[in-house]
Design a protein around this ligand. Sequence first.
Ligand SMILES: [Zn+2]
Length: 361
Amino acid sequence: MPNLNQWKNSKSGLLQACLAYRSFVISVLSFVWQLEDPPPDLLKSEVHVLRCLVPGPGNWISKKDLFHLADGLGFPASFPSIVTSALAAKLRVLRFDITDAISRAIELRTLLASSTCDPLFEPWYRQAHVFVSHQAQEQALNARVTARTIAAALSHLRTQTELRKSFQKEATIQLLIKGPDSYDVEFGLRCRFCRWQLQLSPRIAAVRSISLFRRLAKLVKPRVWAAVLRTHLNGWCTQRRFQQIGVCIFQCSPTARDCIEHYCFCDCFKHLHLQFLRTRPPSSMQEFLMLDHPSWDDDRLILNAVAVFALYIAFNWARLNAPDQEHILSEYLKRSCYHAVLGHARSQRALQCALDSWLPR
Ligand SMILES: [Zn+2]
């Protein structure tokens, strides 16, 4: 837990948190759960750990959203699920390492049924790795994932070594789709979109949102992608998010409210679009969320995503620093745009093009 608190305060981005969780938590535990089930306490703390790694207002993102970031939304990586990872590890062990585990489980069960077992040792027998493996195989079978379905998906691999290397990864993919952590990403987004006042129906908005994230994953840095996701899922720590009333953190007007619905029309955001990025500021919430992206070219999409990222970063900075001069905020927004494209050739090119242009897009 103390290590977790360190991670919590490290302010790493979504991708960094995901990679750290995979490397330092899941890979270590996966040695143990090749032969054992994850203890109930670990499963109970999973949500808490994920919330520490991906902080934000309550339930802004669910654990199933985090498990399906890659396959559902095109992010470079997903947070692994403990249950699915443990199942996939056992399927690999059953296929390559302890191939006689199922027959040994049947033998042991027959033996236990036919002889009197010391009550002291019975729980110990029941937790034998052959029983645990057998149970895992049954669970995977219920999800219609077997060694055969996994091998079929990997039929292009020629050697046993290659198959062994990719087996667990493919098992995880299939279990995520059909197993205990399966999730309809579109339905999840549809429920969230009910809260925004959009011209599009929540169903169409969810479909557009999924295609937006898949497109953005190829055009911008993961940090920009993550800021857009947080915006779509209402994950900003605004006063409205906590059912309170507050004024715009950038103090553009005493009547402007501290909520995403205002920030998309806030003067500082309009100024960033018109004066710096030379793009048209969004005229509706739908445009701010980039749900009209199918009719946009890649450069326009990149610049809009960079603007949302800069606004979100400036919002967090202003919450802590309360800037009282407009030019300081404006400078911070511009620097955040440069930060958004740093080390990313495609988005850097789009920003440079916009800065060199004198005409608004
Ligand atoms: Zn404002």
